[in-house]
Design a protein around this ligand. Structure first.
Ligand SMILES: NC(=O)C1=CN([C@@H]2O[C@H](COP(=O)(O)OP(=O)(O)OC[C@H]3O[C@@H](n4cnc5c(N)ncnc54)[C@H](O)[C@@H]3O)[C@@H](O)[C@H]2O)[C@@H](O)CC1
Ligand SMILES: [K+]
Length: 484
């Protein structure tokens, strides 16, 4: 499923209209789908709040359709009509013919049971200003159900950010394509339940789109098949190079993630002792009885690294093993490498390539960028400039190779715990070892871990789900995907 920004949506609108489909037809389609959703709420009294752009035009058309079906509906217009769009003016003229009731002031919004937010859609420019600031507060403090047209007023469709103030919707009805702002927080929570309506948009533009929603269907397509007649070497081997005196648990979660999701062979190499074999005896384990890795440790593990199809480096490794990490990234840059946690900072010092994946969360990524992340384009551009794959971990995670990006929205607060990232990186390495591309492996791994965490949170509570529990239950999602 494609995801668009406001510019792409505008291009799609314009291209569709250039093919001969009139704007008023698109508006009628949009309004009809909103009207049906409002009707499902069984309202007695409805207020449509309309801005003076085409989002307002949609709102006016919704009001007219509801009035025509006998509903008690009123319209309140917000903004300067001198600069109104043609779509708005046209719909207002039709509303008058249909005797739609316009009001000049709103006293108590609690007199209405449904509010339709047709104030601003994808045409939002800059921060909300003027009378709208108070109106938004008023809407957010009332008890009515709020249905936003296209995107809640005040949410940026490009970033999901609140542009000073935004309406909190119960339902958002959007048209043709999801917008980035529906998926990224806080836009994701302000949108409430999102309903996507199909429209007659010209599909020829889709070849230009490069952002996608990660779906179960996609995972079914890319999940590797396991041949019955196979041996361990069919499923690849992984060198997990992880841990330090301070963090002896992280390597366990990474190794378990790798082993419990199908890899053929997992070598775990840590500086100090970690009790992995008590958890999973099939892991091949080495430690050096020291606190951190040193550059010359590489000689001792060369054989295992060279036998491995994938290297996972970084979970729990701390900041005292950087020379050793740099040596590995330089020497084995021809191998697939998952670079996690404290190893991520080391990529600033090495030449990177598309065999590599980094897995930063916001704090780690900001350190690489040396500035705050403004939009997902910052992440995509970094990936392009550094020629490296990126998994940006957040409640909505982004997976990108710079050219194509996927949004994973299966995450929630059940995953917001130390150790989840270690598990994810292990599962990613596992699917690379099993023959998937770096990006596909990241899609599969984040899907499996996030979805398992989500399901365990529902069965138990989001407070109590742990990464170890998720690791031990990865099989459940795999069983569902296998279809039995
Ligand atoms: N062909 C089309 O163009 C279609 C457009 N559709 C609707 O049209 C919307 C886009 O319409 P527009 O491009 O006219 O834009 P919008 O109507 O979303 O926004 C423009 C209006 O918002 C006001 N505004 C913008 N930023 C503001 C700010 N910071 N503070 C206060 N007011 C602000 C502008 O003055 C203008 O009145 C979509 O979201 C969708 O609802 C749908 O009807 C489908 C077809
Ligand atoms: K809106």
């Amino acid at each position: 499923m494609y995801i668009v920004n406001s510019k792409e949506m505008k291009n799609i609108d314009e291209l569709t209209i250039s093919k001969g489909l009139q704007e008023s037809i698109l508006m009628e389609q949009a309004a009809f789908s909103v009207k049906e959703i409002v009707e499902d709420l069984n309202p007695k009294k409805i207020l449509v709040m309309a801005g003076t752009g085409n989002n307002g035009g949609d709102g006016l058309a919704v009001a007219r359709l509801l009035k025509n079906d006998g509903y008690d509906v009123q319209v309140y217009i917000i903004g300067n009509e001198e600069n109104a769009s043609y779509g708005f003016v046209n719909q207002k003229d039709i509303c008058k013919e249909y005797q739609v009731d316009f009001i000049d002031e709103i006293k108590d919004l609690n007199n209405f049971d449904v509010l339709v937010d047709g104030i601003i859609g994808v045409g939002l420019a800059g921060e909300i200003k003027g009378e709208l600031l108070d109106i938004i507060d008023h809407v957010n403090s009332c008890n009515c159900k709020v249905v936003s047209i296209d995107i809640p007023t005040g949410i940026s469709s490009d970033t999901g950010k609140i542009m000073k103030k935004a309406i909190k919707a119960d339902i958002t009805v959007t048209f043709g394509y999801l917008k980035i702002g529906h998926l990224l927080y806080p836009g994701r929570s302000y949108s409430g339940e999102i309903k996507l309506s199909q429209m007659s948009f010209y599909k020829g533009y889709e070849k230009n789109l490069k952002r996608f929603l990660l779906t179960e269907e996609k995972i079914r397509d890319i999940l590797p098949k396991r041949p019955k007649d196979s041996h361990k070497y069919n499923f690849g081997s992984i060198a997990v190079i992880a841990g330090s005196k301070e963090y002896s648990g992280a390597p366990i979660l990474s190794a378990l993630g790798a082993q419990l999701s199908g890899a053929g062979m997992v070598y775990l190499i840590t500086p100090s002792y970690t009790p992995i074999l008590e958890h999973e005896p099939s892991v091949i384990y080495t430690d050096f009885n020291k606190n951190y890795f040193e550059k010359n440790d590489l000689i001792k593990i060369k054989g295992k690294i060279e036998k491995s199809d994938v290297i996972l480096i970084g979970p729990g490794i701390g900041q005292n093993s950087n020379d050793f990490i740099k040596e590995i990234l330089e020497k084995y840059s021809h191998k697939k490498i998952v670079i996690d946690a404290d190893a991520i900072g080391v990529i600033k010092k090495v030449k990177t390539n598309k065999n590599m994946l980094i897995t930063p969360h916001a704090g780690e990524f900001q350190k690489l960028l040396k500035k705050e992340i403004e939009s997902i384009e910052d992440i995509e551009n970094y990936s392009l400039e550094k020629n490296i794959n990126v998994l940006y971990k957040s409640t909505t995670s982004l997976i990108t190779d710079g050219d194509n990006s996927y949004f994973n929205v299966f995450g929630n607060d059940a995953l917001s715990k130390g150790g989840t990232g270690d598990l994810v990186s292990g599962v990613i390495a596992s699917y690379i070892a099993q023959g998937c591309t770096v990006i596909d492996s990241t899609l599969i791994a984040t899907y499996l871990v996030y979805k398992t965490g989500y399901d365990l949170g529902i069965e138990n509570t989001n407070f109590t789900v742990t990464p170890l529990q998720i690791a031990k239950n990865l099989n459940r999602e795999l069983i569902k995907l296998r279809g039995d």
